[in-house]
Design a protein around this ligand. Structure first.
Ligand code: 9D3
Length: 247
C-alpha cells in the first residue's frame, strides 16, 4: 500500500513514521510513504501557497493551483488509480470502519490543509473524500494524516506479528478491552485477580468476556448498542445489568 502526503510541513512526519510499526511496515515494503512539500508546486517567485479570501473577512485560504500541480505530479508516478482525501474539519469523522474501507485501496493521496481553510475548488474538483478525525480544532491536517496512516497500516496483512492480529483489537469488535495484568502478582499489596493466576482457561476466558462487557457498559454504552453479541454474551450482559442497578 502506498500513501502520498501533500503538506506544507513534511518534516512533521519524519519522526513518527520512522518508529515502531510504521517503520517495520516500510522496511518490509508492505507500506510506502512519500512526502511532498506543497511549496515545491508553486510557480511564483514568493512560492505562495495561500491568499486572502474573495469576499473579504479574516484569515488566509489555501490556493488551488499548487494542490492541482502536486496531485498531477503524484498521479503520474502511480500505475493505478488513487483515492484522494482532504483532511479537514468538515469531513466525515474517521473511525475503525473507515480505516477498514481505506485498507482496500492500493494508493491513497492525503492532502493536509493549513490556514483557515482550503479553496472550495479543491474539494469540488480534486478530492474524492473529506475526513476529519474528531470534533476539536487542530492547527492543520498533518496530525490527522498521521492518525489515518497509523490506523490503516495496522490493518494491512503482514504488518502486525502473529502474536497480535488486528482482528483481536477490541475496536474491531466494537467493544473495550478487558483489564490486563503482568508480573509481579502482587505489588505494594495490589493484587492481580485470582482467576487470572488459576490456570483455568475456561474461567479466564469467561472473566475476560464479562469484564469487556462490564467496562463497555460503564464507559461506552453507545458502543454496546451497535455491537453484535453472541447469546452467551447477551446473557452475561443481562447479569451485569441486574447485579448493578446503576447500569
Ligand atoms: C473549524 C474551525 N474553523 C473555524 C472557522 C477554522 C479552522 C481551524 C483549524 C480551519 C482549519 C483548521 C485546521 N484543521 C484541520 O485542517 C483538520 C482537522 C481539525 O482541525 N480537527 C479534526 N480533524 C481535522 S482534519 C484536518
Amino acid at each position: 500500500m502506498r500513501f502520498d502526503i501533500i503538506t506544507l510541513f513534511p518534516s512533521i512526519f519524519k519522526g513518527p513514521f520512522e518508529e515502531s510499526i510504521i517503520k517495520r511496515a516500510r522496511q518490509k515494503n508492505i507500506l510506502e510513504i512519500h512526502l511532498h512539500n506543497l511549496r515545491d508546486f508553486t510557480t511564483d517567485a514568493h512560492r505562495t501557497t495561500d491568499d486572502v479570501p474573495f469576499g473579504g473577512g479574516g484569515g488566509m485560504v489555501m490556493k488551488v493551483e499548487p494542490v492541482y500541480r502536486a496531485l498531477a505530479y503524484v498521479k503520474k508516478q502511480l500505475k493505478e488509480e488513487a483515492k484522494v482525501i482532504l483532511l479537514s474539519p468538515q469531513g466525515r469523522t474517521f473511525n475503525q470502519n473507515i480505516a477498514l474501507e481505506l485498507m482496500r485501496q492500493k494508493n491513497i493521496i492525503l492532502i493536509c490543509g493549513r490556514y483557515e481553510g482550503v479553496d472550495e475548488r479543491v474539494r469540488m474538483y480534486l478530492v474524492d473524500e473529506e475526513i476529519s478525525i474528531g470534533d476539536y480544532v487542530l492547527s492543520g491536517g498533518e496530525i490527522a494524516a498521521m492518525v489515518i496512516v497509523d490506523a490503516v497500516t495496522r490493518l494491512i496483512p503482514g504488518v502486525l506479528g502473529n502474536e497480535r492480529s488486528a482482528k483481536e483489537d477490541s475496536f474491531y469488535r466494537g467493544l473495550l478491552d478487558y483489564p490486563q495484568y503482568t508480573r509481579p502478582a502482587e505489588f505494594m499489596g495490589w493484587e492481580v485477580p485470582e482467576v487470572l493466576r488459576s490456570g483455568n482457561h475456561q474461567k479466564i476466558k469467561e472473566w475476560r468476556t464479562r469484564k469487556m462487557l462490564e467496562r463497555t457498559l460503564q464507559r461506552r454504552p453507545d458502543l454496546l448498542r451497535k455491537a453484535r453479541l453472541s447469546p452467551e454474551e447477551k446473557r452475561y450482559l443481562e447479569e451485569i445489568k441486574k447485579s448493578d442497578p446503576k447500569l
